[in-house]
Design a protein around this ligand. Structure first.
Ligand SMILES: Nc1ncnc2c1ncn2[C@@H]1O[C@H](COP(=O)(O)OP(=O)(O)OP(=O)(O)O)[C@@H](O)[C@H]1O
Ligand SMILES: [Mg+2]
Length: 382
């Protein structure tokens, strides 16, 4: 089997942090109202200064999460080369004098301080997946500050709730064109492209045909005919992909996203669709292979795979990303046998079961624990 090449595209580079905020009547947050879902935090006018404990710092973004999980599952034997491609702003001021630095196989690129921080976190997190950093000169100017971000997940200790702050990534139409041009070159010899999460947003200018809604569909149209595409994107972004010239090969979505897309299934022409749809929730996965949902009875016609039993659920954060990653790992590293799809689905469920049932969520995923669950289910059914 020849070496397969996969690229995962990260348009929303992130440094993720998890903070733990304890309850303190004077200093910390004051109250959590379970019924209303409201957390109150004392303001500084009340002399309060929340002092959260920093629990974790890592490279984030939906696509990066998928790459990070694949990285943990791949072994040296896998005959596949996977790159995580991240789009970053150029350096400013004196930093323009910096030169790229090669570290093992990775080229660290001069960027903004926050762009360099994201690179450092990715390099530390990824061993088998190779990060690749693309500097987009058009990411300068007033929107440069929104080209990378820090996302904060603030856990309110002991309450089972959290607050999440995730700034939007903002581009200009010029950035979009520059990225598409760069992508055209990048994708010419790849076997699979992975799209996950919402794209950046921008204000389209007059006479511009491209909008954030059709950005992913535009990417599909750039790809060579033999290139597979796996998407975990929702709403309009997905809808546009379903009606682009080239259609996705794999579509991942949770049950709510699936129901939200019911208008798309109605309009989609069954004869044109050769992909696979994988819908999941805590109960299991519904799979349509080279087929689309029946609009009168949505789930009829799908193959159902029940979720592996999980004793205690610690955290479902990133469970969907873990599932996407697990599927891709198994699919790209296995031969084209008859059971390839069912193997990959069951493997993906085993990965998310490990993810939800350990305290470190996606960070606690390990290939041995995944294989144990996988072998149990697979050997029972096949
Ligand atoms: N409470 C749970 N019990 C058992 N398994 C679960 C539970 N929640 C999630 N899972 C497993 O994780 C998989 C993916 O979870 P979910 O459907 O919540 O993803 P999601 O909503 O796409 O999440 P995200 O995109 O935020 O990562 C499920 O199909 C299931 O296998
Ligand atoms: Mg999801």
């Amino acid at each position: 089997m020849s070496m397969k090449k996969v690229i995962i595209l990260e348009f929303a580079p992130t440094a993720d942090e998890i903070w733990n905020l304890d309850h303190n009547d004077i200093d910390g947050y004051a109250n959590y109202d379970v019924e209303k879902g409201l957390v109150s935090i004392l303001d500084t006018a009340h002399d309060a200064k929340p002092r959260p404990e920093i629990l974790a710092v890592y490279a984030g973004g939906k696509a990066t999460n998928v790459a990070r999980v694949i990285d943990r599952l791949l072994d040296e034997k896998s005959n596949v080369k996977i790159e995580l491609v991240t789009f970053l702003p150029p350096p400013q001021g004196i930093f323009c004098k910096l030169q790229p630095v090669k570290l093992n196989d990775v080229e660290i690129m001069p960027s903004t301080p926050s762009g360099m921080y994201v690179q450092a976190l990715q390099i530390l997190d990824l061993v088998n997946v190779r990060p690749r950093f693309e500097i987009i000169d058009e990411l300068q100017g007033p929107t440069a500050i929104q080209a990378t971000r820090r996302c904060i997940e603030m856990i309110i200790k002991g309450t089972g709730t959290s607050l999440n702050f995730s700034p939007r990534i903002i581009w200009t139409p010029k950035t979009v064109h520059a990225v598409l041009q760069k992508l055209e070159k990048l994708v010419s010899n790849v076997d699979m492209v992975v799209l996950a999460g919402a794209p950046p947003i921008w204000k389209p200018v007059d006479n511009e045909s491209i909008t954030p809604h059709d950005f992913y569909a535009e990417i599909l149209n750039l790809l060579p005919p033999q290139c597979d595409v796996s998407v975990d994107v929702r709403g309009y972004y997905l809808h546009k992909c379903l009606f682009s010239k080239k259609l996705p090969t794999f579509i991942f979505m949770n049950k709510n996203e699936f129901l939200e897309a019911s208008e798309s299934w109605k309009k989609l022409n069954k004869g044109n669709f050769f992909g696979t749809i994988i819908v999941h929730n805590k109960d299991g996965c519904w799979v349509w292979d080279k087929d689309i949902p029946n609009t009168d009875d949505l789930f009829n016609g799908s193959i159902f795979y029940p979720s592996p039993k999980v004793e205690k659920v610690y955290s479902t954060i990133g469970a969907g990303d873990a599932m996407h990653a697990g599927f891709l790992k198994e699919w790209v590293s296995s031969e084209n046998t008859e059971d390839r799809l069912s193997r990959s689905v069951i493997y993906s469920q085993s990965v998310s079961a490990v993810s939800v049932s350990n305290e470190r969520a996606t960070h606690g995923i390990d290939a041995v624990a995944v294989d144990q669950i996988f072998n149990k289910i697979y050997n029972k059914n096949y």
